[in-house]
Design a protein around this ligand. Structure first.
Ligand code: CDP
Ligand code: MG
Length: 140
């Protein structure tokens, strides 16, 4: 296993319900370290650019409306095998299918308002981290 970095987003349903600390505690307890972090409000266009890979999917517009509906916390997590480790803590996209004890099982409201995003591969992590952060903003 290697030390990796991955992009995490605490989504609008999490910021609205004041859950950012509780969710980040799950990440930190799992051994992931927050090495960059900011609270921002995405525009619809920002969300459309970020989720471009999903532009042909039926949920694309509603996903982008949701992601721009309130502030998000974008952050870089670092640790052993961080990309897979982070997604394991998140659980399945649909909270109905998520394992017990995962972030989405415990906090997500629905398949769309599912509290947090995690990069799904090394290539996605590199693209998504550079979408939000310069190297100067990432400090281990
Ligand atoms: O976030 P994850 O990688 O687990 O799932 P995805 O397939 O990459 O989908 C991105 C996001 O779109 C999900 O996290 C959901 O917020 C949303 N989505 C949705 O609204 N309806 C679906 N049927 C599937 C995904
Ligand atoms: Mg995804």
């Amino acid at each position: 296993m290697a030390i990796e970095q991955t992009l995490s987003i605490l989504k609008p349903d999490a910021t609205r319900r004041n859950l950012t600390g509780e969710i980040n505690a799950r990440f930190e307890k799992s051994g992931l370290r927050i090495v960059a972090q900011k609270r921002i409000r995405l525009t619809m266009q920002d969300a459309m650019n970020f989720y471009k890979e999903h532009e042909a999917r039926p949920f694309y517009k509603s996903l982008c409306e949701f992601m721009s509906s309130a502030p998000v916390v974008v952050q870089v997590l670092q640790g052993e095998d961080a990309i897979a480790a982070h997604r394991k803590v998140l659980g399945a996209t649909n909270p109905a299918n998520a394992d017990a004890g995962t972030v989405r099982k415990d906090f997500a409201l629905s398949i769309d308002e599912n509290s947090a995003h995690g990069s799904d591969s090394a290539a996605s992590a590199a693209r998504e981290i550079s979408f939000f952060f310069s190297s100067l903003e990432i400090v281990g």
